[in-house]
Design a protein around this ligand. Structure first.
Ligand SMILES: NC(=O)c1ccc[n+]([C@@H]2O[C@H](COP(=O)([O-])OP(=O)(O)OC[C@H]3O[C@@H](n4cnc5c(N)ncnc54)[C@H](O)[C@@H]3O)[C@@H](O)[C@H]2O)c1
Length: 266
């Protein structure tokens, strides 16, 4: 018997106009693809402009949604403003912001992290999300069901001394976004997802040895596997869509149930 109830209706993103930072590859590309697949128009803003355009073209072909890419360094205010202006010109507004950019790598000696490394990490992981959110705010306020959703990290909420400059910057992001959720109460929903291990090339680039990479592929979390970009994107779809219309000011774990964060040594 055909159902007259559409349980997926609230998850559809038709009419939504998304900016996603760092969406050219890996987790961000998964989120961009999923939101576009749910009917949103999506602008991918990434340091790698060529890859952003290529990924956007692939997503547009796969989903049939309007997906575009452009170069943007989210640590530069003028480039943030350019992305927002281009999105408004292309889509007629911005309803949905996904602050996905982040990372920062390890420091061999957690007792001697240079100030510059902390400052760079805070600029990339924390301040960029603030700047992007404030640049989008006038446009978000004009929309129905506007939201900001952030790629946080489980390392912000667990001991993670191999990656102190990163984990503390992500912890600051959590606090900032809960505060902004209250600042924008009844106007814009704001949530963060604390992501666990998703095996991306970033782990190898950070100098994690093959043995530890193998351990990360079989993590000691409650599911016994690392996440995929799609695992993470599914949670973003919920939080960005009208289905999460009663959810704001939350930091939500999507990490296979969690475990000890330990990227180096045993
Ligand atoms: N991969 C994981 O296991 C994991 C775990 C926890 C949290 N996260 C978080 O999820 C998010 C995505 O992670 P990922 O592993 O897919 O990252 P990634 O490094 O694979 O991709 C990040 C993207 O951001 C872009 N980028 C980097 N600096 C930029 C800048 N200044 N301006 C604009 N774009 C920039 C890169 O070009 C790249 O396309 C990050 O915030 C990360 O901290 C990831």
């Amino acid at each position: 018997m055909p159902s007259s109830f559409d349980a997926f209706a609230d998850f559809r993103m038709t009419g939504h106009k998304v900016i996603i930072t760092g969406g050219a590859q890996n987790i961000g590309a998964g989120i961009a693809r999923t939101l576009a697949g749910a009917g949103a128009r999506v602008m991918i803003a990434d340091l790698n402009g060529d890859l952003a355009e290529k990924t956007a073209a692939e997503i547009a072909a796969e989903t049939g949604s309007d997906c575009r890419g452009m170069a943007c360094d989210v640590t530069k205010s003028e480039q943030i403003d350019a992305v927002v202006a281009a999105t408004v010109a292309a889509f007629g507004g911005v309803s949905t912001l996904v602050n996905n950019v982040g990372w920062g790598g390890r420091h061999d000696d957690p007792t001697a992290i240079p100030d510059d490394a902390f400052i760079a990490s805070y600029k990339l992981n924390t301040i960029s999300a603030y700047r992007m959110s404030m640049a989008c705010l006038p446009h978000l306020l004009k929309e129905k069901n506007p939201s900001i959703t952030n790629s946080g990290s489980f390392s912000s909420a667990a001991p993670a001394y191999d990656i102190l400059a990163y984990g503390t910057a992500k912890a600051a992001l959590n606090q900032m976004m809960v505060s902004i959720a209250h600042l924008l109460a009844k106007k814009v929903r704001v949530n963060s997802i604390l992501i666990g291990t998703v095996m991306t090339p970033g782990y190898a680039d950070a100098g994690i040895d093959p043995a530890m990479q193998e351990k990360l592929r079989n993590p000691d979390n409650l599911t016994g596997r690392p996440g995929s970009p799609q695992d993470v994107a599914n949670a973003f779809l919920w939080l960005c869509s009208p289905a999460a219309g009663w959810v704001s000011g939350q930091t939500i774990n999507v990490h296979g149930g969690g475990g000890v964060v330990r990227l180096f040594g045993s």
